[in-house]
Design a protein around this ligand. Sequence first.
Ligand code: HEC
Ligand SMILES: [Cu+2]
Length: 416
Amino acid sequence: MLMKGWLSRLAAGTGLVMASFGAWAYTQTSGGYNMPTGVTEISHAVHKVHMAAFWTCVAIAVVVFGAMTWSIINHRRSKHPKAADFHESVKVEILWTIAPFVILISLAVPAAGTLIRMEDTRGSDMTVKVTGYQWKWQYEYLGENVSYFSTLTAESNAARQLHSGVDVTKVENYLVDVDNPLVLPVGKKIRFLITANDVIHAWWVPELAVKKDAIPGYVNEIWTKIEQPGTYRGVCAELCGRDHGFMPIVVKAVSEDEYKAFIAAKKGGTAVAAAAPVASDAAPAAEPAPAAAPAPAAVEVAAADTKAAAPAPAAKEEGKDELMKKGEAVYKANCAACHQANGTGLPPNFPSLVNSKVANGPADAHVTQILKGKNLMPPFPQLSDEDVAAVATYERLSWGNKGSVVQPAQVAALRK
Ligand code: HEC
Ligand SMILES: [Cu+2]
């Protein structure tokens, strides 16, 4: 028996209404599948444009699939064996030219407005220069003389190694946590200058609606104004080589006082690349802040770093144990990806450092190779003299190697 016309229309209509209600309910909670609304004025604007385009698509789908379903049911061949043969209608043609035009313009206007606002970096309160490296980020607070590197936490890095034996589901914030997050104040207009030092990267933090290519030789601009304190995570969004997936971004938005304490604490020491895995959401404040930082719970990062970096002028002689300990951290953060945690490397491309001629040979050549790189090995000029001395010492005295201790002063001399 054939369905009556009104019945089939009702059925098709109900189905579509239910489907779109489902979609609506889903986007309200986002369920992790929709774009985040974010925590900045721009991210809200971007979300609005996104939802407007989404609902326009839903409305078009309802009309198109509704007409199609209705036609399939009511004009099927068994019902109308002889097809109608109408054609050409100026009215319909005008309608289907004007309707898409109106739809596109009504979407383009708010989208263009938002894009223009995103680019307007005028009147910013502070500037942070972001530099992409293979495979880490450097943050430089312009005018503050504070700059540091931000790399994947040692914990994630160890867990991700082939045959690490670590159950990665047990690692907190696996692959999305860093040693030194970017600390920013809320309620301030922050301008970012984004560039790269080797290949093209892209700095992307979805909840800030900030995504910009980091291109060597170019400086791109973008800005943000974060509304609420919190930890916001992002990733490099431009395929930049083997460890592209291992250079996450963590932004910690804090109150202005906490931010000031952080900067003050950072100024107390030099920037270090060595890893002190902190700053996961759940981690309790690591240790009491030093005297320089008035806010007690202030940014645990600051506290950890200042301690590690204490007053260490380049010329100071360092004990072997100290160098070895620091060297291990620097090695894990910067070298283990290629040379492996146990030094055996991944031959034939990445040589073993066990019994290596370089690690057992003259220190100058060893240090120069770290500073300047060689063939597939990238240069590491961004590491401090201390870090280079420590990592060289660590390589020269680990895994049965019989090299010498390297002092920061030696590195400083070779840098020139
Ligand atoms: C992207 C991979 C990669 C990273 C990261 C890396 N290396 Fe290398 N390393 C290499 C390659 C490739 C060579 C071989 C270079 C050549 O001789 O052509 C090498 C060679 C060496 C050698 C000499 C080995 C020998 O006997 O020939 C030393 C020492 C060394 N690296 C130390 C380091 C240190 C220290 C770090 C971290 C600061 C580091 N490497 C990070 C790829 C890497
Ligand atoms: Cu990258």
